[in-house]
Ligand binder design. Sequence first.
Ligand code: NI
Ligand code: MN
Length: 229
Amino acid sequence: MTTLTYLGHAAFLLEADGKVVAIDPFLTGNPTATRAAADISPQTILLTHAHNDHVGDTVEIAKRTGAAVISTFELGEWLTSQGVSGAIPANHGGTVAFDGGTVKLTPAWHTSSYEQGGTFVAPGIPAGLVVRFGGHTIYFAGDTCLFGDMRLIGEEGLDLAVLPIGDHFTMGPADAARAVEFLNTPAVVPCHYNTFPQIQQDPQAFKQMVEARTSARCVVLAPGAAHEL
Ligand code: NI
Ligand code: MN
């Protein structure tokens, strides 16, 4: 059994067989977070891109736990420069093994920079994540617009897709519903909404749209809630 827990915004925990993976662990300063950074101890952290609402507490968590941190190349090198010993820089198309699973980095259409003391440093480019873990394949799109090559990602044989629906910074609900079709996924979890004023959305309306036009099940998770795969 694999458990996906929503920590709010685009932060998730995946747990199976005693292994814990954190995805985009933005907790400190996340108004929807239900857990403190000090309360999670993953063996692995997977990052989609460098924006502060995704890197979040990665440096603190990784230094405390020694977690491996898998990301695109420049972000990984930047994490190393910040004192993270477990950074594993990778890039699109590559599959990287971690404790309990693998991740394949996919393209994502977005930008990537980290704001530090009023200055934007630019660690690399954004990615999506195809995670194989606990016998399941889960796609975390990261921040992205809709793009046609999601059809190729669908050929990975997904059990679940985690998609942003907030609009403004990413695709909105209508394009996310089209993404569900492109990805040929049997289930979808929406994220990246109702955190900030620009990304207010009704996830139940998204669920109705997805379930009206596709055979996928839409699982709406409140922050703190978990879904068993
Ligand atoms: Ni972003
Ligand atoms: Mn974001």
